[in-house]
Design a protein around this ligand. Structure first.
Ligand code: URA
Length: 233
């Protein structure tokens, strides 16, 4: 990797500020001051800026218990972003694996490993996502049986030409629905309940594949263990 890029990756410097720091002689590689931005560095090289050792951040895998009023977006908008809650170096490089709506709470995964993200979110991988939806209208008896059948068979949502993948509906109480999806379309849970004439007033994601929130408090995050990362193959 070029030295100026290495500096931009490992510090707050932009590429052009990195070049200036290099020209000022502030950067050394294996104890030798290097001024050329195009000079190549290897992972085994010892790079220092103003005497401080620099290291590339590896791939990171994080789970967050997202509060309401937090956006799963890379761009800054009206609300704080999920990455703003993650106290890791270069956290803005993390991307959410799929998205939860701003008012949806619960389990969000973030990573800078694009291939892993794809493995978790691709519908082909059939990774189960469990949602708890609070409904405006109670759902029971024949209406429940009909809804469960629609969801299990797959339904055509407005504006789409492919039916949803089979989903499982179980009621925890007459207003509280547990819905398991194997894909992640835009506003999917809310649209599925809207399609059967109901309305989701609160939505929470409890788990993604084998990962669930456990005792992670709202707004808290933690890095996944190697075993947890390896669960998505
Ligand atoms: N389905 C929705 O409607 N919203 C979410 O945030 C996630 C799934």
């Amino acid at each position: 990797m070029r030295l100026d890029r290495f500096l931009a990756e490992t510090t707050q410097l932009t590429r052009s500020l990195a070049k200036k720091a290099l020209h000022r002689g502030e950067v050394s590689v294996n104890g030798v001051v290097i001024k050329q931005p195009a000079s190549q560095v290897e992972v085994t090289d010892r790079v220092e800026w103003d005497g401080q050792p620099l290291a590339l951040v590896g791939l990171r895998y994080v789970m967050l218990n997202k509060p309401a009023d937090v956006e799963c977006s890379a761009r800054r908008g009206l609300y704080p972003r999920a990455v703003d809650l993650i106290d890791l170096p270069k956290a803005e490089r993390l991307q959410t694996v799929g998205r939860l709506d701003v008012d949806t709470t619960g389990l969000v995964l973030l990573t800078d490993d694009g291939q892993w993200s794809h493995r978790v979110s691709s519908p082909r991988k059939r990774c189960a996502k469990v949602y708890l939806a609070t409904l405006a209208e109670p759902l029971a008896d024949e209406a429940l049986a009909a809804a469960a059948q629609h969801f299990a068979e797959g339904m055509l949502l407005e504006g789409e030409d492919k039916p949803t993948l089979p989903a499982e509906l179980v009621m925890r109480s007459s207003y509280e629905a547990e819905l398991t999806l194997y894909e992640g379309r835009y506003h999917q849970v809310k649209r599925m309940f809207a399609a059967i004439g109901n309305h989701v007033t609160m939505l929470h994601r409890e788990s993604v594949g084998p990962l669930s929130l456990g005792n992670l408090a709202v707004g808290e995050w933690r890095e996944l263990s190697d075993d947890e990362v390896a669960m998505f193959t």
